[in-house]
Design a protein around this ligand. Structure first.
Ligand SMILES: NC(=O)c1ccc[n+]([C@@H]2O[C@H](COP(=O)([O-])OP(=O)(O)OC[C@H]3O[C@@H](n4cnc5c(N)ncnc54)[C@H](OP(=O)(O)O)[C@@H]3O)[C@@H](O)[C@H]2O)c1
Length: 248
């Protein structure tokens, strides 16, 4: 099989780690990017060993909201063609919203974490994307479709508009751009310190299938959209939420 390369942001934990493991299983070499170097290196070693190709997963520590750090990723790609970019880094950033300075800081933090990370990584790798056949994936959230997360909801919703724009730009080059919008996914760092048994149960009860999502549920959707079989799917938002919110 010819070498194929996928870059996964936030690939050391939760959904990103499941995506990286899934794509590694599908035969891709992987670059995982995140800010915590130790965690990232451990995840890369583990995923490489589990897929039976030690060394096929490379850890590149970088804060993707800082334009000055994107060169590290481009350097790691090193002139190779990038088949898949999975923009998974992000999260809910709380803060003190009792002052306008606090409001501004929280909005900027959420936009940086969820929008800028995706925009900068995608723009940095845009020249290297496979033509034809490249894939750009954006991880949004059910919060973009039904609210509930303040600036986090708005930041994730911004990804949808940008995905439509990018799909129009890259379509003629046979590169697809799609959004995966997870519902509640347990077993990640997303809710660290913020989840209660009641909050968990409320989210499970809001699904039609009566369970929390797992990182592998989201990875399965990403793997499909990354595959050659999905070449006619672009500019779409795929909800993976157990039926908590219907398609929109
Ligand atoms: N869990 C859910 O219920 C849920 C639901 C809907 C959507 N999502 C979305 O799914 C994605 C993955 O979340 P998760 O649940 O797997 O949570 P997670 O375990 O907290 O994963 C987020 C990852 O993003 C990385 N990251 C954050 N900011 C970064 C930055 N500036 N530069 C580089 N890497 C950065 C983090 O690593 P470092 O901290 O080491 O940088 C971490 O590995 C997020 O975009 C989240 O908003 C999650």
């Amino acid at each position: 099989m010819p070498e194929r390369l996928a870059v996964v942001s936030g690939g050391a934990t939760g959904i990103g780690a499941a995506v990286a493991a899934g794509l590694a299983e599908d035969g891709y070499d992987i670059i995982v990017v995140g800010r915590r170097a130790d965690l990232l290196a451990k995840a890369a070693d583990r995923i490489g060993a589990e897929c039976g190709r030690p060394g096929s997963v490379e850890a590149v520590p970088a804060d993707l909201a800082d334009p000055a750090q994107l060169g590290r990723v481009v350097e790691a790609v090193g002139g190779r063609t990038v088949d898949v970019v999975v923009n998974n880094a992000g999260g809910y950033l709380g803060g003190d919203s009792s002052t306008l300075h606090g409001v501004a800081a929280q909005w900027r933090a959420n936009l940086d974490s969820n929008v800028l990370t995706a925009v900068l990584l995608t723009e940095a790798l845009r020249p290297a994307l496979r033509r034809p056949g490249g894939r750009v994936l954006l991880l949004s959230s059910i919060a973009a479709q039904r609210g509930g997360g303040g600036p986090y909801s708005a930041a994730k919703a911004a990804l949808h508009g940008w995905a439509y724009h990018l799909a129009q730009e890259l379509g003629p080059e046979q590169i697809t751009v799609n959004v995966v919008s997870p519902g509640y996914v347990a077993d990640t760092e997303f809710f660290d310190g913020r989840m209660t048994p009641e909050g968990h149960q409320r989210r499970v009860d809001a699904t039609l299938v009566g369970r929390a999502g797992e990182p592998a549920d989201i990875a399965a959707a990403v793997r499909y959209l990354a595959s050659p079989a999905a070449g006619y799917v672009t500019g779409q938002v795929l909800g993976v939420n157990g039926g908590s919110v219907f398609g929109r």
